[in-house]
Design a protein around this ligand. Structure first.
Ligand code: SF4
Length: 459
């Protein structure tokens, strides 16, 4: 899955040219859009295209989150591919409206629907004229040969905001566009906003739909998430905070609200390092007019204390970091803060901003950092051998590389399908950095013990 490359591209280390992506370091574009729609209360994700695409996305989401995920599909077949998918789209929307009784259907497109040139906005215009009682329909174009799962995610957030947000009355709430984080991250961010007395509209909020309680019987699982009524009020919010390091705010949801309604905009990296969390809390403090509650001083102090305790294990170690661009930038910032060189920073993303964003965050380390953009795991493996890493930080797709190099893999981000608990991995804030730091240090200690000829005893 993912974008195929048809132009010969030199391997970063060998110089050999290649003509195809081998083990892409990204997922498909509608995947990200489906995550967003699943994080809106009363919304059903709907894929316009072939059912295999919906199955692939459901399988990946279920494997990562270990929760049931329903994704509707217009189920293209041969005639649809030749004559267009309007009829299937219409029938599918009517069926979903009848079965789920949703407030909204979020429609994203597959490669096939885009390639045959289905004009989905026009289809929806005609379908809603014929069926005025259909729920609200929000559409995002997500051809996977033009983007990544992160692009699909960000485009879907913006499309939802464009479709729903109104100027309305000014209010004291804050929009938080947190990006592709874990359910545990979203819960922690909401806790922070509550602690500062701020009403936050976190979009999307899949903290319950992707990490729910056990069910006695099947449910439609669309009742959790960001309330549509809150998204409608986004234009009147006190401000938007957006975690976004590698794209122009002009394309983002927060950028749209600034331009359309004048909603003040604060763009910043995902807060993982102390430096970035300080910055985030400083903005939240400024918006709320409150000083940070004592508990955050405590979390920060304990984190710094842990940095001191574990410094001898991490100092001058070298890491391979890969994943979504924004996550890579924030992880690199965190690693440099604890004394680890992010020797290889790689992403399948192709914003063209990864190197610059890293240079802003870790200028002093850049001479020792190899950056791979728009890359795949073949190239990451080749480059990783050259940078002599001690550990790898990324999703489960780096497991093969971990086996080859015989070094620890610290699982972060998405997908994590070879472990349980992906929903509960906390990446952000002082608390997230604490957990990440402990996992890194303990993995390095374990590696040292395993490689030792005498093992380890404690007297
Ligand atoms: S949308 Fe494209 S990349 Fe995604 S599963 Fe379908 S064909 Fe594959």
């Amino acid at each position: 899955m993912g974008k195929s490359k048809v132009t010969a591209k030199p391997n970063p280390t060998s110089g050999e040219c290649r003509h195809a992506t081998r083990n892409p370091c990204r997922l498909c574009t509608p995947f990200g859009a489906c995550m967003v729609f699943h994080g809106i209360s009363g919304c059903v994700p709907f894929i316009h295209g072939s059912q295999g695409c919906a199955t692939y996305i459901r399988r990946y989401l279920i494997g990562h989150y270990r929760e049931p995920v329903d994704i509707a599909c217009s189920n293209f077949a041969e005639p649809t591919t030749v004559f267009g998918g309007k009829q299937n789209l219409e029938t599918g929307l009517i069926n979903v409206a009848a079965q789920y009784v949703p407030e909204m259907i979020g429609i994203c497109t597959t490669c096939l629907a885009e390639t045959i040139g289905d004009d989905v906005p026009m289809f929806l215009h005609e379908i809603t004229k014929q069926h005025p009682d259909l729920p609200r329909l929000v559409q995002v174009a997500t051809p996977s040969y033009c983007g990544t799962h992160t692009d699909g995610f960000n485009q879907a957030v913006r499309s939802v905001v464009e479709a729903l947000a109104q100027s309305g009355a000014k209010h004291h709430g804050v929009n938080l566009f947190s990006g592709m984080l874990s359910p545990a991250d979203l819960r922690y961010l909401k806790e922070i906003m509550t602690d500062f007395g701020l009403a936050a509209t976190v979009l999307p909020d899949y903290s319950d739909s992707f990490d729910g309680e056990v069910w006695g019987q099947y449910k439609k699982n669309i009742e959790h998430g960001t309330a549509i009524a809150d998204i409608e009020k986004a234009g009147g919010a006190r401000a938007s905070i957006e975690f976004y390091s590698t794209a122009s705010s002009k394309k983002s949801a927060g950028g749209y609200l600034l331009e359309r309604f004048g909603t003040p905009y604060y763009g910043m990296p995902i807060p993982i390092s102390v430096k970035d969390t300080d910055r985030f809390l400083s903005v939240v403090s400024q918006l709320s007019g409150r000083v940070p509650p004592d508990k955050y001083d405590g979390e920060r102090g304990r984190l710094i204390d842990a940095y001191v305790d574990g410094h001898k294990y991490v100092f001058e170690k070298r890491a391979v970091v890969y994943g979504e661009e924004c996550l890579v930038v924030s992880l690199a910032s965190f690693l440099s803060e604890i004394g680890i060189v992010p020797a290889l920073c790689a992403s399948g993303g192709h914003s063209g901003r990864l190197r610059d964003a890293l240079a802003e965050q870790i200028p002093e380390m850049m001479p020792d950092v190899t950056v791979l953009e728009d890359t795949d795991f073949w190239d990451i493996a080749e480059a990783a051998k050259a940078v002599r890493p001690d550990l790898i930080i990324g999703n489960s797709n780096g497991y093969k590389l971990k086996r080859e190099l015989g070094i620890p893999l610290i699982r972060v981000g998405l997908p994590i399908h070879d472990r349980i608990g992906a929903s509960r991995i906390l990446h952000v804030g002082y608390r997230g950095a604490q957990q990440l730091y402990d996992r890194i240090v303990n993995a390095l200690i374990e590696q040292q013990q395993e490689e030792s000829s005498v093992g380890y005893t404690h007297i």
